[in-house]
Design a protein. Structure first.
Length: 883
RNA sequence: GGGGGGUUAGCUCAGCGGUAGAGCACCUGCCUUACACGCAGGGGGUCGCGGGUUCAAAUCCCUCACCUCCCACCA
């Protein structure tokens, strides 16, 4: 075996081996219980980022774990067409080429889109494979492929026929740059330092007259929209203006007559208490306009330019430019009363970044209120768990206040809406054009040019990927799926909508648990961004540390409800852990001779502990408990805890102690029964425990262990996941070995404290009560090996010899007395001071009748033992400091 | 305005009723026959502030402060 640990040397090899062995192929139907995770399909826009790496790691971890537990495990991969995002990328390319989609035409443009998709889909596959993802690639899907497109059409037609999808003219969030409607969720509020313009509107019949009584002053942040005003509104309870309701004001610049209406939505306290009403360009005004039957005058078009309605001098201007001109004009007309600085929130398009323009337009809407109630019930009744459950309140708040979902987009890349129009203007919704023609009674049809919101197809993902609407073996085998792993940032965009559609179309929730991960951040907890230059690239990290170290880091940092601060130092630490595992295996293989991994039957190892010595019993007991803990933590989605248990068992117990304890036996100096077999067995099961997090390293090493093929003939990925072995668990042995460990550790510390050089000849005293004393005598060779004393006496240390009491072991160390240096003296004095406080505390507690009466017995006993040990330590410290 | 999460060692975070923990960083020794991606030892914390419950509180309850995120948004 190579001495150097080099993950890059073997990771790709195992990825190929797994692929060629088809080990991750899931069966449908299957006799075994199934486990299924649907990948949140990455956008075909580019490379995978750290968020994908995190989520993919956790999904792979769960899938590998369940697969090893014997489940028919499916992790179904795929990609999302990501309408706006992808179309934008390709359009950007076109701009560079000096053309645009309109010039190419829809058909040619879509060919470009598909070429792009092929390229990036390939990248995503390759990157997932680099990470060690155990997807079933034979079942890969794409949101625009034939099957999923059919599912989209079927879902749309059904919702339409149920009356849950409607076409209508409403106010929507419009992105002038993208020239499409977007949903409420795609609007992001950003604080903007703007101005509040106070504009005077003359009252009718008083145009020529001056003075405040003849005009109403309106405060607005968007003066350019006043060209579309069709009324003024005041609060009917507002004493200042009540008498004006029913009167008429005159719109400056354009001279339009504006009725003054009373509406309770007007806040008397804000601005001047008078609101200008622009039904075509503001959602509130739109609502007020509807209440008062006001006309809507559109002065801004779909590209953000002023329309002809805006009048001479303004038509054709950009909305920002128009604002400047309107203000200039008002000022010239003497109607600009004042301008205040005003910070307020303005909706911006999340995708393109520009301010959203509220616009009245004809769009398709989906009424999701009923489905939202079902989604609420699914969580409340425990059929769907949100992990961590702190998300439940957010979930409830959103679903309880849900509004119709605008599902149409004025794009080309996506599922074209299955609606056709007849020459006489009828709208026919059907599964295909043939059906539409039949229903319409004519084949002169034009399909609606719009496409559906990307999230509409994503909402069907858990079942459209399994063949829905058909009743396929896949659907029967894997649906409902088990777990969804995704970021909390798409809880509403995607998770809620999947649950709503899942319940609506299939009658059951699409998965039983959602594990919501945090955001991947940099080592300082800063959000990663291009401008900060702190972006980490998973591919680069894999080259540097290996995929397993990256996976371990991400899994170990995933603690509930927190972001994931990815730290290179930490990742280097986990690569070092890989090195540790590598070397522990290298050592074992060089020492075990002809021994083999113990055989198993029905997953339970046939390794009886009857004739084994304490160290062997101890490590088997610890292994069993570790396996139990790791399984438990994985059930709870506590990947951090599972990793921590694996790390501390392997490094802190197996390597630091058991391997050391095995050395005198393996070298033949102090033989014990079946040490090599135990070592191999523990190692083999440890590698299996580690496999879901560190698949490559565990496979690489496991394949070298003599006897591994009896566990599984081909791959560790299909070997059983270790569970607890009750027959190995032994509290008494654990207590004894732990006392030995505590004593050894204390002796080493004492040696350092006394400044004894590593090779200084010392006399070591050890004494304990009863069985523990016998146990220590029995393991004399181990104590000699670990502590290398010149002489070992199983007796209480005489007076004057530096000594201590720990874990029930009285120990002493006699060697060349070395004077304490000043620094060490100070340290010990500090320790002594703290100790005095602790002793006083323990003494008073033990003297307190309330404590003795009410605290449980073991707690009192623990306190007594602790006090004894602190007193022993105090004596040693006092003696040392006096000397 | 409403709601969530957070405040523990220099940094990033576990712990959530019975002696304050991890990784990294730091200090001191060591190439001890698997590993210097290592071994051994060590320093470092009024667990945000103030109350309360309890024999016992970082851990449960309440007030406050600060930091974050989400939702809504007054033109």
């Amino acid at each position: 075996m190579q001495k150097v640990f080099d993950p890059v040397a073997y990771e790709a090899r195992w990825q190929r081996y797994w692929r060629e062995g088809s080990f991750f192929r899931a069966e449908a139907p299957s006799e075994r219980p199934s486990f299924c995770i649907m990948i949140p399909p990455p956008n075909v826009t580019g490379r995978l980022h750290m968020g994908h790496a995190l989520q993919s790691t956790l999904q792979d971890l769960l899938t590998r774990w369940k697969r090893m537990q014997g489940f028919n495990a499916l992790w179904l991969p795929g990609t999302d067409h990501a309408g706006i995002a992808t179309q934008l990328m390709v359009e950007r390319e076109l701009v560079k080429e000096g053309t645009c989609r309109q010039q190419l035409g829809r058909e040619v443009f879509l060919e470009r889109m598909w070429a792009w998709k092929e390229l990036y889909q390939g990248n995503i596959r390759q990157q997932l494979e680099m990470l060690g993802a155990s997807c079933d690639w034979t079942r890969e899907r794409f949101t625009l492929d034939e099957g999923l497109s059919r599912a989209v059409r079927v879902a749309f037609v059904q919702l339409y026929r149920e009356g849950l999808i409607q076409r209508g003219e409403y106010m929507v969030n419009w992105s002038p740059l993208l020239e499409t409607a977007i949903s409420d969720l795609e609007v992001e509020m950003r604080p903007v330092r703007g101005k509040l313009y106070h504009v005077a509107y003359p009252l009718e019949g008083s145009e020529a007259a001056a003075g405040d009584a003849n005009r109403l002053v309106v405060a607005t942040t968007r003066p350019e929209t006043m060209l579309g005003d069709t009324a003024l509104a005041v609060n009917p309870d507002d004493e200042r203006y009540r008498h004006l309701i029913g009167k008429t004001a005159i719109l400056p610049i354009l001279g339009r007559r504006l009725p003054i209406v009373g509406d309770a939505a007007v806040e008397p306290g804000f601005g001047t208490g008078v609101l200008k009403i622009t039904p075509a360009h503001d959602p509130h005004d739109f609502a007020i306009g509807q209440r008062h039957n006001l006309p809507a005058v559109q002065v801004i078009d779909k590209r953000g330019k002023m329309t002809a309605e805006a009048g001479e001098g303004f038509a054709g201007l950009d909305r920002a430019e128009a604002r400047i001109r309107v203000v200039e004009r008002l000022q010239a007309d003497g109607l600009l009363v004042k301008v205040e600085e005003h910070e307020h929130n303005v909706g911006h398009s999340q995708r393109s970044g520009e301010p959203v323009e509220p616009l009245i337009s004809t769009q398709w809407f989906c009424n999701v209120e009923g489905m939202a109630r079902q989604a609420l019930d699914a969580v409340r009744e425990g059929r769907l768990a949100l992990v961590p459950d702190s998300w439940v309140k957010t979930w409830e708040h959103w679903l309880e206040n849900i509004k119709p979902w605008c599902i149409s987009r004025q794009l080309w890349w996506g599922h074209q809406i299955p609606a056709w129009y007849t020459p006489d203007g009828r709208c026919i919704v059907a599964h295909d054009v043939a059906e539409a023609a039949r229903l319409a009674g004519t084949s002169e049809l034009v399909q609606d040019p719009d496409v559906l919101d990307t999230w509409f197809s994503s909402a069907l993902w858990p079942f459209s990927t399994l063949g829905w609407p058909d009743d396929t073996p896949e659907r029967r085998t894997f649906y409902s799926t088990d777990v969804l792993v995704t970021g909390f940032d798409i809880l509403f965009f995607w998770v809620a909508r999947m649950v709503m559609f899942g319940l609506h179309f299939t009658g059951t929730e699409p998965f039983h648990a959602v594990h919501l991960t945090g955001l991947v951040r940099d080592a300082e907890g800063q959000k990663m961004s291009k401008t900060k230059g702190n972006i980490l690239d998973p591919e680069e990290l894999i080259h540097e540390y290996g995929a397993d170290a990256l996976r371990f880091t991400l899994a170990a940092l995933d603690s509930p409800g927190r972001d994931i601060p990815v730290d290179r130092g930490r990742m280097a630490g986990y690569r070092a852990f890989g090195n540790k595992i590598w070397n522990a295996t290298r050592f074992s293989l060089s020492k075990v001779g002809e021994a083999r991994v113990a055989a198993s039957r029905d997953g339970q190892p046939e390794l009886a502990t009857d004739d084994l010595a304490a160290p062997e019993r101890w490590i088997l007991s610890r292994l069993s408990r570790t396996a139990a803990e790791v399984n438990k933590q994985l059930e709870l989605f506590r990947f951090d805890e599972a990793c921590s248990r694996l790390y501390h068992f392997f490094w802190g117990e197996l390597c630091d102690w058991y391997i050391e304890l095995s050395k005198p036996a393996l070298s033949g100096d102090a033989p014990r029964p079946r040490v090599a077999e135990v070592l191999l067995t523990v190692l083999e099961r440890s590698l299996r425990l580690l496999h879901p997090v560190m698949p490559h390293l565990s496979e690489e090493l496991w394949q070298r262990l003599p006897g591994h093929e009896a566990v599984h003939p081909q791959t560790i990925a299909l070997a059983p996941y270790p569970a607890a072995v009750p027959g190995w668990e032994d509290d008494a042995v654990e207590a004894q070995v732990e006392a030995l460990i505590a004593a050894v550790t204390r002796v080493r510390a004492l040696r350092a404290e006394l400044s004894l050089p590593p090779k200084a000849p010392v006399v070591l005293y050890l004494a304990a009560e009863g069985e523990l004393d016998a146990f220590l005598r029995q393991h004399e060779p181990l104590l000699r090996f670990l502590l290398r004393p010149q002489e070992l006496r199983f007796a209480a240390p005489p007076e004057g010899v530096p000594q201590d009491l720990v874990g029930g072991v009285r120990l002493g160390l006699q060697g060349g007395a070395v004077a304490l240096d000043a620094q060490e003296r100070q340290r010990l004095a500090g320790e002594l001071a703290k100790l005095e406080t602790a002793i006083a505390g323990a003494e008073s507690r033990l003297g307190d009748a309330a404590f003795l009466g009410k605290a449980p017995g073991p707690v009192v006993e623990q306190q007594r033992q602790r006090l004894r040990e602190m007193q022993a330590r105090r004596q040693q410290l006092r003696q040392g400091l006096e000397a």
